[in-house]
Design a protein around this ligand. Sequence first.
Ligand SMILES: [Fe+2]
Length: 269
Amino acid sequence: MAFRLAWVTDLHLDHATLAALTAHVAALQEADPDAVVVTGDFATGSSLLRWLRAYRRMADRPVYFILGNHDFWGSAVATVRAAVHRLGEETAGLVYLTTAEPVTLAPGVALVGHDGWYDARAGRWEAPRFRMQDWELVGEYAEADDHAGIVAASRTLADAAEAELVPKVAAAARTHASVLVATHVPPWPLSAGEGRHPDGEWIAPWYVARQLGLALLAVAEANPQVTFRVLSGHAHVRREGLAIAPNLTCAVGGARYGRPGVERVLELP
Ligand SMILES: [Fe+2]
């Protein structure tokens, strides 16, 4: 029997009414998956731990998750990660993939993940035409008082994420035929494979983890016998299976504020 993994993303539970939340939980129960994977943006920093505990209870099955940029608002990435790591350690069935080893979900199928970050390397990153609230609300940007500082802080976060995630993906590929990679910021532009760039050249720096994409492609090319599927969110624009290489695809989940949904159920392997 296939392992059924429900994928949800960008829930932004702090925007959801009780009715919307109830509908989401009902949809999850109706789908009745073996586990849930969440690709970031549960809420914001101040309410995150409460929401994580509540979501684990409501989902009533194992929840594998990473965090998104909103989850760090009002705090700092390092602080939130440490608190969430502790919560994961003490809560059965709540697995923070960012600090976890690869998880074997089904025979030959691994799940690995990392929050990730945008790296200001795609599109027109050199000038400020687009603002992210992260730059005011996330502690790692506190010292960034000009655009160069924002670019540098973004790259520091993205590079640290890449350095932690890529070795886990490579390790999982040595022992599994199929590797699912959960990371909040898409490693490729939504237009990947189509030769276009609808993301907008001014927005792409803050919506793509470009160097991570190059590193994941290198791992896929080094392991042609392994299938890699990347699941991302952040963009709130649904893209099915962007083909990056014959054995590497990326899907981006859709989302609407106040309407948490179930992106889909993956049947594994
Ligand atoms: Fe996001």
